[in-house]
Design a protein around this ligand. Structure first.
Ligand SMILES: C[S@@+](CC[C@H](N)C(=O)[O-])C[C@H]1O[C@@H](n2cnc3c(N)ncnc32)[C@H](O)[C@@H]1O
Length: 399
């Protein structure tokens, strides 16, 4: 199974690991005996990582100093991959992808259409949760790179992902035997020849012109369950055209949202008083005056031809802590000072801030009464078998 869908405890040779160097610097590493992972903080032998649990801190002594550089070696997850992947395109970040997946109710029952694949950021998240993902990319080089990456990450081997080289706006989503696709290489349609049964109930379109792909969805979406779609577009004009096309093709519950993912950092800030500001102004003025007088004396000595016009600069007495900048460092929260709790918004937001247009559709609106009766009977039977907890027992029937 892919490392993205199954957790393991220990780092082994051949594993993909993500080296956490700093919050903004996470690098993928293929663990290879004898190899070294070089960073500006030091060179980390892969052999030091092998056999350690994922999440371990690996330290090396920095050359020529007594200090240590360290990294953390992490288990790959779709979220960390999004932060470390090689960018081939704009990507969908986790604040957006997590919201989209829950709005589309993505689950192991979902058959997902994703176009385009781009850098494969969202594909990793879909592949972990969905029953099956059909991803499409029309850029040949990008298709090849994504295919290779999915193969290296074991996603194709997991058997719930296929990538197809296709212009979906022009040629739609149906996949046949003669198409450039991993579908027939890794999986089989029933007879290995007939077109893939797509039957999608989740659709995600991250394309420059999603409205041109919408009419093609008719032939590949599920006919007997609710289908949900999300179009990811950076401009409101694109949203406008998408909404128009969705309405024209019978999609309902159309709603547009935008994720404004912000991270708030909580910290303490020293309470500063007006007295401090006044004292600081007095200090500055006083030092300026002393400096001026010193320079004046030196100048007079110079023009009177005195030897040694240079005067030693007087040692500035170390002042008390100056809350406006200079002075001795005070640790945040030092009990000798007054502090207030503040929150600061993280300046860099890892979110694409596109508009997300959601809609849904139920093609076959008649109910299969026999199936409904069968399911409700089964549910009733299950409920009857489950003992109702008496007072003083929790739900698991334990006192
Ligand atoms: C913004 S990127 C998608 C990024 C992706 N969602 C991710 O998270 O990495 C859009 C991709 O759609 C592809 N694309 C554009 N038009 C397309 C089309 N008509 N059919 C298939 N792919 C298309 C582009 O080549 C590009 O790689």
């Amino acid at each position: 199974m892919s490392q993205f869908s199954e957790y393991k405890d220990l780092i082994q040779a051949g594993d993909l690991a993500l080296a956490w160097i700093s919050r903004d610097n996470i690098k993928p590493v293929r663990i290879t005996p004898g190899a070294t992972f070089n960073t500006r903080y030091g060179s980390f032998p892969h052999d030091d990582m092998i056999g350690k649990p994922f999440g371990s801190q690996i330290a090396v002594r920095t050359r020529g100093s007594n200090k240590f550089g360290f990294i953390h070696v992490l288990q790959p997850t779709p979220e960390l991959w999004t932060l470390s992947l090689p960018h081939r395109t704009q990507i969908v970040y986790t604040p957006d992808s997590s919201y989209i997946m829950q709005r589309l109710q993505c689950s192991p029952h979902s058959r997902v259409i994703e176009a385009g694949t781009g850098s494969g950021s969202f594909t990793h998240a879909f592949a972990r949760s969905a029953g099956f993902v059909f991803s499409y990319e029309f850029h040949e080089v990008r298709y090849g790179q994504a295919k290779q990456e999915f193969e290296d990450h074991g996603l194709l081997r997991d058997g719930n992902l296929a990538i197809t080289h296709r212009d979906v706006c022009q040629d739609g989503f149906a996949i046949g035997k003669n198409d450039t696709t991993t579908f027939f290489e890794n999986l089989q349609s029933d007879d290995g020849v007939s077109p893939a049964k797509i039957d999608a109930n989740v659709v995600f379109l991250d394309l420059p012109a999603p409205w041109t792909a919408i009419p093609h969805l008719e032939e590949v979406i599920s006919q007997d369950s609710k289908v949900s779609v999300c179009c990811f577009s950076p401009c409101i004009e694109q949203v406008d055209k998408t909404v128009e096309m969705l309405e024209k093709h019978g999609w309902v519950d159309i709603e547009m949202v935008e994720i404004q993912g912000k991270q708030y950092e909580s910290r303490r800030q020293m309470v500063r008083h007006l007295d401090h500001a006044l004292q600081r102004l007095r200090d500055v003025r006083e030092r300026k005056q002393i400096g001026l007088e010193r320079r004046k004396r030196m100048f007079n000595k110079l023009i009177s031809d005195q030897e040694e016009p240079y005067e030693e600069r007087p040692e500035t007495p170390k002042t008390e802590y100056n809350p406006f900048g200079k002075g001795s460092r005070v640790k945040e929260g030092d009990t000798g000072f007054k502090w207030k709790e503040v929150s600061k918004v993280e300046s860099e937001i890892k979110s694409h801030t596109s508009y997300l247009t959601f809609a849904s559709k139920i093609v076959e609106k008649t109910r299969d009464e026999t199936l409904v009766t069968k399911i409700t009977d089964q549910e009733r039977e299950n409920a009857a078998k489950t003992p109702i907890p008496t007072k003083g027992e929790n739900k698991k029937g334990k006192p």
